[in-house]
Write a protein that binds this ligand. Sequence first.
Ligand code: C2E
Ligand code: MG
Ligand code: MG
Length: 371
Amino acid sequence: EGGAVGRIAAGEFAVLLADVDADTRRGDREARSLAEAFLIEVQRPLQVGDDSTTVSLSASVGVTRYPGMPHDTPQAALGRASTALRRARLAGDGRLAMFEPSMAETAVRRSRLEDELRRGIQAGELQLFLQLQMRQEGDVAGAEVLVRWLHPQEGLLSPAAFLPIAEASDLILAVDRWVLAQVCLLQLRLKAEGRRMRLSVNVSARHFQQSDFAETIIDLLDRTGADPGLLTLELNENVLVADPDDVLDKINRLSTLGIEFALDDFGTGFSSLSYLKRMPIHEIKIDRYFVQDAPADAAGASLLESILRVAQSYGLRVVAEGVETEEQACFLRVRVPDIVCQGFLFHRPAPASEWLEATEDAILATTTRGG
Ligand code: C2E
Ligand code: MG
Ligand code: MG
């Protein structure tokens, strides 16, 4: 009451709340709880037509105060709300963010990095890193491919520094496709040297959700002649639960070719276990968060133990991420004898050329064990 709603862009609405408490803390709390109530309302599934078809919508909210600074203008306030909104979207669907001044600086840096990344991909600044995955000492199960960006001024950037920016736009498609194409070429190179190795590639949610995702993968394999039977695509839980029919369809189509699917960062998503059980995947990757605290910390150890049991109950290949100590490797192997370990204890991610040299012997020793 006393407020206003306006549509300000194709999928964007501005809500103006009048009469919020003048006290900043209480006012913010009021705005936050209204926005939360709004998000819950928007996400309520809607029944469409006479049958039981339901659709659900999602939204994100950015909040700011007006006036929020000296000489404030409505335009500036809308700009702050947009900045907060972008932050909320980055955190995933259905999130809310209150504007903070530090976001403005971040926003400037983000938009600069976004331009630079767009140009950097064209200029060949992305790099392929690989990290071996080990069953036992000397027994290579495969390798995970990890992207890096060699920024002309800032040096080598890890995915955390630029993937969130790429993921907020279609730039992530360019990154993922570049990586996939490189992986196919790398596979051909390995093949030419008489080596075989399963390579795991991360696929972002936005990429997987493209309607032509399966076609572009099939097309890439056709064009390069790479072996689908040596390719694993890593998806996280949030991707798998987004649109079950679509996910099943894509996974099934690509699995027919021999491509395998891994559930990445297991345990960190929001999905129900019974639901995941229905997904036709081949591998579960336990997030390093759960590996880190065990076995030194008792609570961490029992948590990891339960997670291992759940992972094992799926009857799939289990990979543990972030294995850094002998104790952790031992803890894991005692409980899951054929577990695959990936971590600094065995190998650090290395640039493709270095990795090719360093792993020559390791791969030759286990040429046919692709998993
Ligand atoms: P992820 O897929 O879970 O990859 C594992 C991360 O754990 C990698 O971080 C790896 O360097 C790190 N790691 C491996 N062993 C250890 C260890 O023993 N200790 C610690 N502390 N860390 C370890 P990285 O390379 O920074 O990648 C971060 C995330 O970025 C990846 O997490 C993945 O989600 C994403 N990512 C990387 N490359 C790509 C890509 O080409 N496409 C997409 N869409 N995402 C990617
Ligand atoms: Mg991964
Ligand atoms: Mg992971």
